[in-house]
Ligand binder design. Structure first.
Ligand code: DGJ
Length: 740
């Protein structure tokens, strides 16, 4: 049983394979935190681990006990205003103006499995025995309000998922001004905070900073997306922790909108992590009998370094967050016409690309932006989801059938949440956009954000899409989203609900995803947001793969894919081989290096294959054959980062993916700049079986696992003699197979 409750001491012990999480009901009936970290043997009581520091200059809860102050006790779900001076997990404004609450333990239940979250994506248990859930009810008598804290232990995955639900049982209106999903207090602050930050085209760079007194945080205020600025994830690692060893705690929010993830270090060096919907510009009116569900946070503790943490996220998110038939199916090798044609195509051109693609071994053709309305540039027609017959005289159905006849599946691009100023939809429904009265709505990429907080807007887009999906053989959808929210407001909501718009919008997006994925279960969905602005677990629930970045240059992709892999599995990262000079950075890299980067993801192409030389086509054929042969390994293997582009001089990146049975592996080493008369180099691998004998393609000898994981592959003399291994932008892939 992974969840224990000790009645006498009122302690809860949540235990996964290698993790313990312990908290207790305090004397004042609030919850206090005791321990989170490496697994402890379950014992009758952990009360001797509970710490309370006596500090003179603070306020106390009980009149006759000046030592009991919430300020000096580690809290489990901290509240505001009753002796804890740190930032709370929630704050509730009452009709009389008070923001003071006192939620006390009111009972709990423990049950097998996991409950679905209302309207929100979340991890799930396929069988009840995979997970155990603890539900704790906290009650405030004065308001007659309840907070239900849910903790689900995925024992084998080694993860704990948490969320909170706020319920107003009383008669008065309550206003949530802060409603975080989870909070946890650590004993000390001797940590480095890791987060994934960047911008368009350079998403999810790994940032490391030492915790300092005060608040350090990452967030999004962009409304439509978790954003490229910061990913909804942070980790705390001990200073000595690296990719392969040491302790780290990860916190990943299953949400695609405005979030906040922060660490507050208090004067006694306690580090408080809080994560959830961004309280900035958020407020939720909770009328009598209404409830508010927060998104889920997934806690992962590992003492096996950053790779250990990432591997837990990878396996949990790949198999118990992603859902639907494409979750476990091998994903097709696709070609997307965006960088090949941009808006400039017609049916003939598309068919030509598809015909050559088929010869090369590609399985799915994806028609990107530009197929509808008058969409010949980015200035028009979003919202008018009707085919442009000048470009595609046989419609989407006609084109899709022709592509199918060539032996390829057909996929289509949509940007469902947007409307161009220049569109029939906007002319008809100018009130359907996110806006505030009497203020000019700003355009972004010449478009407005549709007000997805309104059901009729979501319904309209749903029916427009169903019209196409229901009449054409479409196997894949790329769901794009290309602007953030400004002038946030909805004409449909009263003044006191305007701060709910951003969250209601995301609920609308999830609702549309839910309906479309249930109605068209065979379609493979890929999410996208101007590249990787919505690479978050919320999206992964509906769409098992995400367009990682608009930057397709192989060298730039190393940092992006390396950072992304901190949380997200290879099976979620779309990666395409594109033309050179690269369209984003103008860099020229070899076909090999471009493919070597893209193999470590969901592999595809995005260039005009009709313009390629015979020699290039031969290379592509071989690349596709190689990927197909090994795609089970790339898509489902255990991934280890080996050398980081963010460390040392960043000149070398390497990684390896190993099959579950450890009999197959693919490692790759990438070098950015060549060095004259370079030092000796070796590649030390991970994840193999010590006693297995491996053959590496192209190397005329065998290696044992322990040799490869300790001595490594000596790159100079053994492997690469005669090859230009020291040039700029070179890469070498090593395919390992078990040899009996
Ligand atoms: C942004 C996406 O990231 C690109 O891949 C492409 O689909 C364009 N939008 C189309 O407008």
């Amino acid at each position: 049983m992974p969840i224990f409750f000790n009645k006498k001491t009122r302690e809860f012990h949540l235990q996964a394979k290698n993790v313990s999480y312990i908290f207790t009901v305090l004397e004042n009936n609030q919850l206090g935190h005791i321990y989170y970290g490496r697994k402890l043997t379950h014992r009758k009581s952990f009360s001797h681990l509970y710490t309370i520091q006596k500090k003179t200059y603070t306020a106390a809860v009980f009149d006759d006990d000046l030592t009991f102050s919430l300020d000096t006790i580690k809290q489990e779900f901290p509240s505001y205003g009753t002796t804890d001076f740190r930032e709370p997990a929630f704050q509730i404004l009452q009709e009389n103006g008070s923001r003071i609450t006192q939620f006390q333990y009111n009972g709990h239940r423990i049950f097998p499995g996991k409950i679905k979250l209302d309207g929100l994506p979340a991890t799930y248990a396929e069988q009840e025995r995979e997970a155990t859930t603890l539900e704790i009810s906290l009650h405030d008598h004065l308001m007659d309000a309840e907070i239900i804290l849910q903790y689900t232990v995925f024992e084998q995955f080694n993860a704990i998922a948490r969320n909170a639900k706020y319920i107003n049982h009383g008669k008065e209106n309550l206003i949530l001004t802060r409603a975080m999903s989870a909070s946890v207090d650590f004993f000390d602050a001797d940590f480095e905070m890791i987060h994934l930050s960047g911008s368009w085209g350079r998403e999810r760079y790994v940032i490391t900073r030492k915790l300092a007194p005060g608040i350090q945080s990452i967030s999004s205020t962009r409304g439509t997306a978790s954003g490229t600025g910061h990913n909804p994830f942070l980790a705390l690692k001990r200073p000595g922790t690296n990719e392969h060893q040491g302790e780290v705690y990860g916190f990943s929010l299953v949400y695609s909108g405005n979030f906040l993830a922060q660490v507050e270090v208090d004067p006694y060096d306690v580090a408080r992590v809080s994560i959830g919907i961004n309280p900035f510009d958020f407020q939720w009116l909770l009328e009598s009998k209404q409830s508010f569900q927060t998104p889920e946070v997934v806690f992962v503790y590992s003492d096996q370094g950053m790779n250990g943490m990432s591997q837990v996220y990878h396996s949990l998110y790949r198999t118990r967050l992603a859902k639907g038939i494409w979750r476990d199916k091998e994903r097709p090798v696709l070609i997307n016409n965006w960088e090949a044609t941009y808006f400039n195509f017609n049916e003939e051109k598309i068919i030509e690309i598809a015909r050559v693609s088929k010869e090369l071994g590609i399985e799915l053709f994806v028609l990107d932006d530009g197929w509808f309305g008058q969409r010949n540039n980015a200035k028009t027609s979003l919202g008018d989801w009707v085919v442009n017959k000048q470009k595609l005289p046989n419609g989407i159905a006609g084109l899709a059938k022709k592509i199918n006849q060539l032996g390829l599946y057909f996929g289509l691009w949509f940007e469902p949440e947007m409307v161009s100023k220049n569109s029939l939809l906007y002319k008809k429904h100018p009130d359907w956009i996110i806006q505030v009265p009497n203020r000019k709505p700003s355009q972004g990429r010449n478009q407005y954000v549709l007000d997805f907080s309104r059901k009729e807007v979501v319904d309209y887009i749903y029916y427009s899409m169903v019209k196409i999906l229901g009449t054409a053989p479409i196997s894949y959808i790329k769901w794009d989203m290309n602007r953030y929210m400004t002038e946030i407001g909805s004409v449909n909501l009263p003044a006191n609900r305007q701060r709910e718009v951003a969250h209601r919008y995301i609920l609308g997006v999830y609702n549309l995803y839910e309906r479309l994925t249930s109605e068209f279960p065979d379609i493979l969905f890929e999410s996208c947001a101007g590249g990787g602005a919505r690479f978050d677990p919320g999206m992964l629930y509906y769409a098992p793969q995400t367009w990682t970045s608009d930057t397709t240059d192989a060298i730039e992709r190393l940092k992006i894919q390396y950072g992304t892999s901190m949380v997200y599995p290879l099976s979620s990262m779309s990666a395409h081989v594109t033309a050179v000079p690269n369209h984003q950075v103008g860099r020229i890299t070899s076909m090999e290096t471009r493919a070597n980067a893209a193999y470590f993801g969901i592999f595809g192409y995005e260039l005009d294959v009709t313009k390629m030389s015979l020699e290039e086509k031969e290379k592509i054929k071989k690349q596709i054959a190689f990927y197909k042969e090994n795609r089970g390994l790339f898509q489902k293997g255990t991934f280890f980062r080996l050398q980081s582009p963010f460390e040392k001089d960043g000149n070398v990146t390497s990684w390896i993916v190993v099959s579950e049975d450890q009999k197959e592996a693919a490692a790759c080493r990438y070098q950015i700049l060549g060095k004259p008369n370079a030092r000796y180099e070796r590649l030390v691998l991970k994840g193999l079986r010590k006693d297995y004998k491996y053959k590496i393609e192209g190397i005329p000898c065998f290696f044992y696992g322990d040799e490869l994981m300790n001595a490594g592959i000596y790159l100079d003399n053994v492997v690469l003699a005669g090859k230009l291994q020291y040039c700029d932008f070179t890469s070498q892939i090593f395919k390992l197979s078990y040899f009996e």
